[in-house]
Structure formats: structure tokens, C-alpha cells
Design a protein around this ligand. Structure first.
Ligand code: HAM
Length: 415
């Protein structure tokens, strides 16, 4: 609703500015994609694909899905536009995503994400730059009490080796696992690491650790990232159980959580996905990205971002000629970049004054029938020190501009 949107707009404009300052360019993709894209991209065994997608047949009997996330769509768009072999591209998007999850505080079925994807570099510097961007954006919004958790999932080879040994361990402990985890052993064993079940969590303390299966190359890469985050003074915690809910990740995985969000604590999640672009039909192109949940971000962003802009000038008018002049004048004023509101109630001047006061307009213009006949209006600023008032002719742009320049920062003066 309009009042709530003030905070959204303020936060969004800070996000846009920060992204622009970091040379990240916007990309916009459709909300609907072919279902296959997500099945192939995110993985059929993931919760998102298996349980949470809004999928339907269109009139051409094609299976379509409302996007549950943005990464697969960005990758598809890049491939379709022949850009998957281009140089390093830094892209962002913002918009609605859809997941059929159980709604609760911080979890909606239609929610919004700001996503950032750095495509075309496998250098760990790209990981450091991206994680730093995510951290700094949240700092810029004044959000405190955040934890950055990181892990490395290694490459496909490392993961396969780990998975074999982990499955062996899971099978030997099968009867001690909770039902959900038992169901995952065959379908998506790594997700068991993420279980919320306390007993399984305790059991997992004795399970093999993914980190122990990483090749020297993967470990060096991970070390580089940690060292550089340290150098940049970005505090992080290593979480060997962080595996993320989507199948496309390799090497770096990270999440930023907040102690102020309750059970849905993750405000930002991301990681590297070096195989996804090839898997979806593009060139072998490495990439890394993250997404911030905007509803959760709004819960964390402070009251200072709720400040809305008041009306600059409220135009009071009474009588037919006055109404016509008021309309002409409101068009002219907008070209001076001031926020105007014209009273169209036709009620008494005193009632209109009350309304101007109520909406906290910085100044008012009064046009009575007599002023209108002379093509004039009275402009008045309310201030504690002294009220300023002046009668100006509608055609006298110089006087109007001079008066406005005194009161408002005016950027555009062309009429
Ligand atoms: P994700 O972890 O599934 O990652 O979602 C990212 C963020 O979106 C979450 O941390 C959370 O803040 C928000 N979110 C997810 N589901 C909901 C929901 N139902 N209601 C409210 N907020 C939600 C991705 O989507 C990946 N595409 C991120 C990424 C980009 N990885 C690489 N590039």
C-alpha cells in the first residue's frame, strides 16, 4: 500500500545507486519461463522444483512456470542473446518470484528478490568482489546484527567423492535419521546437512565433512577467498554444513543471516555456479551470484527509511477562472521539479487551507476569482521565522523561478 511503499522505494533507490556505483548493469527477464528451464537448472530433486513451483499448461499445452528465482532466467537470457561467451558481465535484477511454500513472517508465496550475477570469471577475486558487494549493500542500509556464513562445496569431482562416502555413512545410520532425511538419502543427500531436526543435527556431528574431500586446488581457492575477506575486514563464519537449496552451486556458497528475523533468518543467499550455463546449453562459462529477499530486507531496514516526501506546493482555488488557472499552473510547477497538489474539491477557501495544513505542504498558492481575472496567483511560504508572500503573474516566469529558487532546490528551470 502507498504508505508502506515509501520504505520500499527508498530502499530500492539506495540499492540501485549502490549497484550503479559498482558498475553492475540491470537486466530484466520475463516472469514466466518454460518449466524445463528450472527443472534442468535448479535440479529436480530440490524442494523448489519438486514441491514449490507454480506450474501450468498454457493454451498451446506448453508447461510454463512462474519463476521461483532469477538465476536460471538470467542464464537463459544470456544464452538466447549470444552473450554466454562475452567478457565479464556484472548484472542485477529486481522483481517478484513465486514459491508455493507455507506462508509465515518473512516467507511469502510471492516475494521479491534483488539478484546480482557476475558472469564470465572463475577467479576467486570475483567471489570476493561479489560477497563484498552483498555485505556492503546491507551495511549501506544501516542493517546491523548480520552474520556472513561461507563454505566451499568444491567442484563436481570433489562433491562426487564426498557424496559417495556421505551416502555410505547415511546408509549405515539410516534408522537413526528423521523421516525427511531418510527420504533425502537417495534423492538429494547433501540437503540432509541442512536439516532442522535436532537429533539428526547431533548425529551429523560424526558424519564425514565435505571440506575433507576438497582437492588442493579447491582448497587453495577457498583459502584465497577467506584471506581476502579478512583483508577487507568483512567478518565471516565458516559453516561446513552450508549447502544451499539449489543444485547448481560449486565451490563458494554463502548466506547472510540476521538475528532479528526469527526463523526465516536468511536475508541473502548465493554462491558460484560454474556448470549451470553449459548445462542449460551455453558455453562453458563460470559465474557467481546472490539474491537478497526484499521482504526480509524491509523488516530489517530502519525507520529512517520510512520518511516520505511532503507536498511542496498546495494550490488552493475557488471559482471557474481560478480552477482553470490552477490547472495551468500545476503543469508549469511540475517542470520546476516541485511536488504539487491541486485542490479540486471546490469547497470553501478555509476548508482548502485546512487540507493544505493537514498534508504539511511547505507552501501554498491561493487563487481567488479576482486574482484569476488578472492572471495572477498568491504564493505563500509558511515558516516559523516569517511568512513570505508574493503575488505573481502567471506569465512572469522569472519572478516565479526566483521565488521558487529561494525556497526549493530547483534542478530544471526550462519551461
Ligand atoms: P535462495 O536462497 O533460494 O537463492 O533465495 C535468496 C533469498 O530470497 C533468501 O535468502 C530469502 O531472503 C529470499 N527468499 C527465498 N524464498 C522466499 C520466500 N518464500 N519468501 C520471502 N523471501 C524468500 C536464490 O534464489 C538464488 N537464485 C540466489 C543466487 C543468485 N545464487 C546465485 N545467484
Amino acid at each position: 500500500m502507498p504508505d508502506e511503499l515509501v520504505k520500499w522505494q527508498n530502499v530500492e533507490s539506495i540499492l540501485r545507486e549502490q549497484l550503479q556505483r559498482s558498475s553492475v548493469k540491470e537486466i530484466r527477464t520475463p516472469i514466466i519461463e518454460m518449466t524445463e528451464l528450472f527443472e534442468r537448472g535448479i535440479g529436480e530433486a530440490t524442494d523448489v522444483v519438486a514441491k514449490e513451483m507454480y506450474t501450468f499448461l498454457d493454451r498451446g499445452k506448453r508447461s510454463c512456470t512462474l519463476r521461483p528465482e532469477g538465476t536460471a532466467s538470467v542464464v537463459r537470457a544470456i544464452i538466447n542473446n549470444g552473450l554466454s561467451n562475452n567478457l565479464y558481465q556484472k548484472l542485477w535484477y529486481m522483481g517478484p518470484m513465486f514459491r508455493y511454500e507455507r506462508p509465515q513472517a518473512g516467507r511469502q508465496r510471492q516475494f521479491h528478490q534483488l539478484g546480482v550475477e557476475y558472469i564470465g570469471s572463475n577467479s576467486p577475486r570475483s567471489d570476493v568482489e561479489l560477497i563484498t558487494l552483498a555485505w556492503d549493500i546491507l551495511q549501506k542500509l544501516g542493517i546491523e546484527n548480520l552474520n556472513l556464513e561461507i563454505n566451499s562445496l568444491g567442484d563436481m569431482e570433489d562433491r562426487k567423492n564426498y557424496q559417495n562416502s556421505f551416502i555410505e555413512w547415511l546408509e549405515s545410520n539410516y534408522n537413526l535419521l528423521d523421516i525427511d532425511s531418510q527420504n533425502r538419502v537417495k534423492k538429494n543427500p547433501l540437503r540432509i546437512l541442512d536439516t532442522k531436526n535436532i537429533e539428526t543435527q547431533n548425529l551429523l556431528k560424526n558424519a564425514p565433512i565435505l571440506l575433507d574431500f576438497l582437492s588442493q586446488k579447491s582448497l587453495d581457492r577457498y583459502e584465497f577467498i577467506k584471506e581476502n575477506l579478512d583483508l577487507l575486514k568483512i567478518p565471516f563464519i565458516e559453516n561446513v554444513k552450508l549447502v544451499r537449496g539449489l543444485d547448481y552451486y560449486t565451490h563458494t556458497a554463502f548466506e547472510i543471516t540476521s538475528g532479528d528475523l526469527g526463523s526465516q533468518a536468511t536475508v541473502c543467499g548465493g554462491g558460484r555456479y560454474d556448470n549451470l550455463i553449459k548445462q542449460i546449453g551455453g558455453n562453458d562459462t563460470p559465474a557467481i551470484g546472490f539474491a537478497i529477499g526484499l521482504e526480509r530486507l524491509m523488516l530489517l531496514a530502519g525507520k529512517n527509511l520510512e520518511i516520505k516526501k511532503n507536498i511542496d506546493i498546495y494550490i488552493i482555488n475557488k471559482g471557474l477562472c481560478a480552477e482553470a488557472l490552477a490547472h495551468k499552473l500545476s503543469r508549469k510547477l511540475r517542470q520546476f521539479d516541485v511536488i504539487t497538489e491541486i485542490d479540486i474539491s471546490g469547497s470553501s477557501i478555509s476548508k482548502q487551507f485546512k487540507k493544505a495544513n493537514k498534508c504539511k505542504a511547505k507552501c501554498i498558492i491561493v487563487i481567488g476569482e479576482e486574482e484569476a481575472m488578472n492572471n495572477q496567483f498568491k504564493i505563500r511560504l509558511f515558516s516559523k521565522e516569517n511568512d513570505k508572500e508574493k503575488i505573481i503573474n502567471y506569465d512572469d516566469n522569472d519572478s516565479l523561478e526566483k521565488w521558487l529558487k529561494n525556497i526549493f532546490p530547483i534542478y530544471s528551470t526550462e519551461i
